[in-house]
Structures are given as structure tokens and as C-alpha cells.
Design a protein around this ligand. Structure first.
Ligand code: ASP
Length: 421
């Protein structure tokens, strides 16, 4: 069944109320045609999460000079992997709950229809290249944990300490924040010690907690951040990370003039996760999926939710059956909403962004929410000869991590059960 734009708008109550749907079209002078929604349709083209923006020139030049599509995408994601200041990927990634950085990555090479993936890898910075090595140097598709690390070393990757001082201090702050019930943080003799009962908001329902988190916790946490040696200009960002353990990742898809297409995704995953947790990023079909006949898609955001809707694969299948990149992505987001029966009190604690590139060069960036907070909209970065970032088309109005206060549930969505019937 093909899904016309008209049907799509008609059947999507959320689509109708969300301020962002059509935002990309509006940016292009209110042209709401399918063409405008689907990007420029130029080839070659690379699309990626916005943290890859600074590395697009290099990847694009490589692609334009005849370089392989997967290698072009890998050049882009290697930038954030190598950057100690990007705390969502590679070196400097936020660690797991034990303070150990564990990375996930996968890739798909469209022209040869191959895939590679590594999950829960320690001590290896460029896991995207390790994923490619699984694809090219083994008969497997996925390696995890210690085996993946040993394989990467065998392939020439150095073992490195990936935990930067910056990420270590944020992790310690997170440990201490949760330490009214353990022995981390100031002890009984410390002037800053607080009795567990004095924990702000104790005994109150979750819904009443947010304003207090906004005041007392932020002040306490900021003081602790200072104690831990976090620089004043980074203290509030560290507090935010502790209150809302962030996700963060980079996906990149590249398409050349001949129509060959590939994609890859790499991440340090959810901050403070349980050791051994793999998110969507190393899962072929969730964090990334490329089909040479259709296109390529990838994801950043709440990995657990994306695995449950097999997001990237769902998007490719939607496009195979006639949806535009934007429609295909919005449909995958609606499946996430459906998994919570539209319960905004739960959905506001998760987020998801999809980066979608069709084989003809049409593209879309779609997100569940407008952004993490006001002024920080989700963006897709593009290079098709003109490097730029565009605001993603959002399904739901509002922000997943407003700080403080928590995002309000938009009035019109409070009774969104209608939509779910
Ligand atoms: N999806 C990644 C994960 O869940 C994190 C992210 O994209 O921010 O591991």
C-alpha cells in the first residue's frame, strides 16, 4: 500500500498537532511538495547526525573523488570518535556505571550487501573501523565484549584508555548523586552530608518532583561538581548530564554519483549504563540499515526504544513500499509512541532522531521531540556540495529534557489516547 502525503497528514493526529512536521519544507520557502520534503535529491550526498558537521568536508571530498561510500561515511564518524570533547562517541565517551567506556558500532556496505558490527567494546577508540574489519576480515557479522576487543587488537587497533578526565569527573558526580543509599559521596563526618530522609522530594510522586529537582538538586550537584574539580563553565552541563543521562551517537550515510550507498553508526551509548548493555547502535536494522535497492538510515537516541521498532530497517521497508524519507521516519517514530500507548508522561523521558537517505538522494531528518531543550533543536547535517545543517521534522511538540523545568505536556497531546484507538 502506498501512503500519499494527504493520507499521511489526515491519519496522523500527532502529525497535525506537532509544530515541526513540515519544518524542513517551511525552511525551503513554504514549498510543501514531496520534493521539498525529501531534500535536494543531489548525488553524491552525505547525511549525518549534527556532531559530524565538521568532518563532512573531508568525507565529501573523498566521496566525490571516487572513494567508496562506506569509507566516506567512516571518515566522517571517525572525527567524533577521535575527539576527546565529544562525550557521546569514542575517546571521551561517557562511561558505564562502573566508570568504564564501552563502545558500540555497526556498518553496512550497500554495493556488496555486507555488514559488520561490534558491541560493548572497551579500550578501542575507532570501533566503527573495527565493525568494518568484522565485515571484511571475518565470516561473522557481530562480535561483542572481550572477543571484539581482542579482534580489534589483532587488526592493529591500539588499546587506549578512553576515559578522559572530563568524563571521569562527570561519572563521579553521577555516582555521588546516587549515593544517599551507598558509600559514595561525602561521609557522615563531612559538613555537606545529608541524611537520606532529607533527600529532596522524598516520598513524593514523580510528577511533583520536577520543580524541586530544578532548585535543590541543581544547587547541591553544582557544589559537588565544584568539589570534584569540574570547571565553573562546565558545572551546569555536568549537572544536566547527571540528571538526564544523555544519549549521543553519530550515524552517517553516504551515496555516490553511481547510486552506491552505505551507512555506519558509532557510539559510547547511554551514559552510566549497566556494564555489557548494548543499545541500538551495533544492531543491524536498528541503529543502522542500508539496502542498496532502497537507501540507508540510522538513528541516535533511546536505543532500547529503537531496537523494539527495528527503526532503521522499518524506515527502509517503508521507503521500499513507497513512503518518502520523511513519511518513513515519522511512521517509525509513531511506532515508538504506540509502544507506550501515547503516554506522554513516559514518552517525554525518551527521544529519537532518524537520519534517512534514499537511493535517489532524497533525505530527511526526523525526531520524536523538537530537541533536548529550547534553542537546541535536533538537526541533520548534509553535504551535497553545500554543507549545511537542517532542523529535523519533529513528531511531538516540546523538548525531551527541558532543564529546568521539565517539558510541559502540550495541552493538545494530553488526551492523545484518541490517536491510539
Ligand atoms: N542510541 C544510542 C544508544 O542507545 C545512544 C544515542 O544515540 O544517543 O546506545
Amino acid at each position: 500500500m502506498t501512503f500519499s502525503r494527504r493520507d499521511f497528514v489526515k491519519t496522523s493526529v500527532l502529525g497535525a498537532v506537532a509544530a515541526g512536521v513540515g519544518a524542513q519544507a517551511q525552511d525551503k520557502g513554504k514549498d510543501t511538495s514531496e520534493e521539498a520534503q525529501s531534500g535536494s535529491r543531489k548525488r553524491p550526498i552525505i547525511v549525518c547526525a549534527n556532531n559530524g558537521f565538521n568532518y563532512l568536508d573531508d568525507g565529501f571530498a573523498f566521496l566525490k573523488s571516487g572513494g567508496d561510500t562506506l569509507d566516506a561515511a567512516l571518515r566522517v564518524v571517525k572525527g567524533p570518535e577521535d575527539d576527546p570533547n565529544d562525550d557521546s562517541v569514542g575517546l571521551g565517551g561517557l562511561p558505564n556505571e562502573e566508570g568504564v567506556v564501552e563502545l558500540d558500532a555497526c556498518c553496512m556496505h550497500g554495493p556488496t550487501r555486507r555488514a559488520g558490527s561490534v558491541g560493548g567494546v572497551r579500550n578501542i577508540k575507532n570501533v566503527s573501523l573495527a565493525a568494518k574489519a568484522v565485515m571484511t576480515h571475518t565470516g561473522h557479522v557481530m562480535l561483542v565484549g572481550e572477543g571484539a576487543e581482542r579482534f580489534a587488537v589483532a587488526m592493529g587497533h591500539p588499546r587506549e584508555n578512553l576515559l578522559t578526565e572530563h568524563s571521569r569527573k562527570i561519572w563521579l558526580l553521577w555516582k555521588e548523586f546516587h549515593s544517599t543509599d551507598d558509600w559514595w559521596g561525602p561521609g557522615l563526618a563531612d559538613p555537606h552530608w545529608q541524611a537520606p530522609a532529607a533527600k529532596p522530594g522524598d516520598g513524593k510522586p514523580q510528577s511533583e518532583l520536577h520543580p524541586e529537582i530544578g532548585r535543590e538538586h541543581i544547587q547541591n550537584l553544582q557544589a559537588r561538581a565544584a568539589d570534584l574539580g569540574i570547571e565553573p563553565e562546565h558545572q551546569l552541563a555536568a549537572v544536566r548530564t547527571v540528571l538526564f543521562p544523555p544519549t549521543g551517537t553519530i550515524h552517517c550515510s553516504a551515496l555516490n554519483e553511481k547510486g552506491e550507498i552505505s551507512g555506519c553508526t558509532t557510539t559510547s551509548g547511554l551514559a552510566f549504563k549497566l556494564p555489557g548493555r548494548c543499545g541500538d547502535s551495533p544492531i543491524i536494522g536498528a541503529g543502522c540499515y542500508t539496502d542498496q535497492d532502497v537507501g540507508s538510515a540510522g538513528a541516535t537516541g533511546s536505543g532500547e526504544e529503537n531496537i523494539k521498532v527495528a527503526g532503521a530497517h522499518t524506515i527502509i521497508e517503508n521507503m521500499r513500499h513507497g513512503m518518502s524519507p520523511q513519511e518513513a521516519g515519522i511512521d517509525a517514530l509513531k511506532r515508538i509512541v504506540r509502544n507506550y500507548n501515547g503516554d506522554m508522561n513516559k514518552l517525554r523521558f525518551l527521544d529519537m532522531t532518524y537520519y534517512i537517505l534514499r537511493k535517489d538522494g532524497a533525505y530527511a531528518g526526523v525526531s520524536l521531540w523538537e530537541g533536548y531543550s529550547k534553542g537546541h533543536p535536533h538537526k541533520i547535517a548534509i553535504h551535497d556540495g553545500n554543507r549545511r545543517a537542517e532542523v529535523c521534522v519533529n513528531l511531538l511538540k516540546g523538548y525531551s529534557q527541558e532543564f529546568p523545568p521539565f517539558p510541559e505536556i502540550p495541552e493538545e497531546l494530553k488526551n492523545s489516547s484518541e490517536y491510539m484507538k
